[in-house]
Structure formats: C-alpha cells, structure tokens
Write a new protein. Structure first.
Length: 258
C-alpha cells in the first residue's frame, strides 16, 4: 500500500522556471492531478550566540538564511488539511507549512476559507555556511504560535507581492526567528486545472497599493470630465444667447416704433 501511495504521489521543484532567482515554485500532485501549488521568495532571520572576544560573555549574531534553489520537497494533500515540506543543504534546514480549510459564519451565512495554520522551521547550527562560530550547536526547531495567515476563500489562490513577516519561537533559548515571505502565490486546496492556480485573492496590502496607484488616475479622469462638461455647457449657452433678439438699451431707438 505504501509503494502504491508513493507511485500515485508526485512532487516537483519548478524553481528553475521562475525568472526571479530568489523565488521558488513547488507542486504536489496526487493521482496525476495537481493538489497543491506554492510560489514564493523566502528568507529566515535567525539569531544565535557566539563567544565575545573575552571568551567569557556571549553575544548574539544574526544568520540570514535564504531558501536555496534545488531544495527537496514533500507534500500531502487532504480534503481539509494539507502540508508542504521543503529541505535544503542536506537537510540542515527544513521548512514545513501546514494548511487548514474550515467554515466561518459570515453575514452571508456559512462560508469556507483556508489558511496557513502552522509553520515549523528546523535548522542545524553545526552547518557553517550561515552559523559561524555558533556556541549552541545542534538542531533547533522554531514554530509559530496560534497562526492564522494567508486567509483565503475556498476555491481561490492567495496572492501577495508585498513582504510579510511571520514570527517563530525557537527551541534555542526561546529566540525569535523571523520568516520573510514575498511574491507569494499559494493554493493548497480545490485546484481545478493541472498546474494552474484558481482565481487569485489579493492580500489587503496589495489591494491598498493597487488603490493608491489607480486613485490619482480616477480623480484625473473625473476632473477632465468635469472640465469637458463645463466647456460644453458654456459653448451651448453662448450659442443660444447669440441667437436671441437683442433689445436696444437706448430709448431713442424706439422713436420709429408706434
């Protein structure tokens, strides 16, 4: 049964198709059908301890760890729960994203939404690419706490170009690890076409930026329309006034009448 399940599930790292070298693309397929897609650029900011110059005190350094291309990917799709697992640098770093679909009561009645419900990041401070002279050696796990992110109506994909920060608490002396996500497009449920996202649901930041970009154009169009209408009214009024019979103002001009 395990062999049959493995044969029916496929995972693909399509990051090489992205023109952005910092952006990764991952696809999970089951029974030859796409069930989860994720595109994003990701970086982790991880504090860690090193010895001070006196070798008595500890000082905190910061590791900036990007999600490397060529990462290994695993995934699991379900009706209401889905997972994406990404590992790189010989599994020194592993990112797990957990998605949940559930119902919500709204003014329109019961509606379904999905969200990113949990994030787990495992990192190994013995890996020296990013952790130079680290004191607390070994693997540590940073996890989110009561996370509700990327909330999206069911049947839609989530899209956000703006950078988002998710805070994680590490097992390494409760240090705060930051996950920075940008250029995000994710859909963990209800994909109707193979390798194709459903209609996007834009994040509030992108919606606000789009409004700020289009508002000056809309105001300019309205102002231009008001000017055109004003000129048309003036032109029509001037034409009507010119065609009316002018009554002489000088009384002497009335002598020939009567």
């Amino acid at each position: 049964a395990a062999a049959r399940l493995a044969a029916e599930q496929e995972v693909e790292n399509l990051s090489g198709l992205s023109p952005n070298p910092e952006k990764d693309i991952f696809v999970v397929r089951e029974n030859r059908t796409t069930c989860l897609m994720a595109e994003f650029a990701a970086k982790f900011i991880v504090p860690y301890d090193v010895w001070a110059s006196n070798y008595v005190d500890l000082i905190t350094e910061q590791a900036d760890i990007p999600l490397s291309r060529g990462a290994e990917v695993k995934g699991k799709c379900g009706t209401n729960e889905s997972e994406l697992e990404i590992s790189w640098l010989e599994q020194a770093y592993t990112l797990k994203l957990f998605f949940l679909k559930e119902g919500h009561n709204t003014s329109r009645g019961q509606e379904a939404f999905w969200r990113l419900s949990r994030v787990q990041f495992t990192y190994d401070t013995t890996e020296r690419t990013y952790f130079k002279d680290a004191v607390s050696l070994g693997k540590h796990t940073a996890s989110s706490h009561r996370l509700s992110a990327l909330v999206t109506p069911a049947g839609k994909s989530y899209e956000c170009q703006a950078q988002q920060t998710i805070s994680l608490i590490s097992s390494d002396h409760q240090k705060s690890v930051q996950l920075l996500l940008s250029e995000v497009r994710v859909q963990p449920f209800d994909i109707t076409a193979d390798f194709v996202f459903s209609e996007e649901h834009k994040c509030p930041v992108d919606q606000r930026e789009q409004l700020e970009e289009t508002l000056p154009l809309i105001l300019g169009l309205i102002l231009g329309l008001v000017i055109v209408i004003t000129l048309c009214v003036y032109h029509i009024h001037h034409k009507l006034t010119a065609n009316q019979v002018q009554i002489p103002r000088d009384r002497s001009q009335y002598k020939h009448m009567g």
